[in-house]
Ligand binder design. Structure first.
Ligand SMILES: [Zn+2]
Length: 146
């Protein structure tokens, strides 16, 4: 398989990892199970998801409140920038992950939500240690759950 075709396949799987909408209720609230929470604070919840098989980590950061991309107040937007920067720095420094893609896909689903996809370091197939990610994030506040 060519590098381009491989990249397109991975891209298609990343986009395909979106959650299915649930009829009649907020899909994000309905889909968030406590066992999947990696880290949380008063305003944000970071959970892990069943992402594409090529990923050392597939993480979803979302607001607790019902809001959307483009509608955060300055305080929440500022928090988002700081938390995202920390997540990327933490995960990219782990040996299992080669880099982190930060992405918002799809239609509005109730909450501001952004994906963090970390492909495996070439030649390795170990998932990122979520306990490590949670512990390092909690150094700035919030609660480690993984
Ligand atoms: Zn909700």
């Amino acid at each position: 398989m060519s590098e381009t075709a491989e990249a397109e396949e991975v891209w298609a799987r990343i986009v395909g990892a979106k959650r299915q909408a649930v009829q009649g209720e907020c899909p994000e609230c309905a889909g968030l199970t406590p066992e999947r929470v990696v880290w949380e604070d008063e305003f944000w919840v970071l959970s892990y998801t069943d992402g594409p098989a090529e990923m050392a980590a597939s993480l979803l950061l979302q607001t607790r409140e019902h809001t959307r991309v483009g509608q955060l107040d300055d305080e929440l937007a500022s928090q988002f920038g700081r938390i995202s920067n920390r997540i990327v720095r933490i995960v990219e420094n782990l040996p299992e992950a080669s880099y982190v893609d930060v992405s918002r896909y799809g239609a509005h689903r109730g909450h501001f939500h952004v994906w963090f996809f970390a492909p495996f370091t070439p030649g390795t197939f170990a998932p990122v240690n979520l306990h490590t990610v949670a512990g390092k994030l909690a150094n700035w506040g919030g609660e480690a759950r993984a």
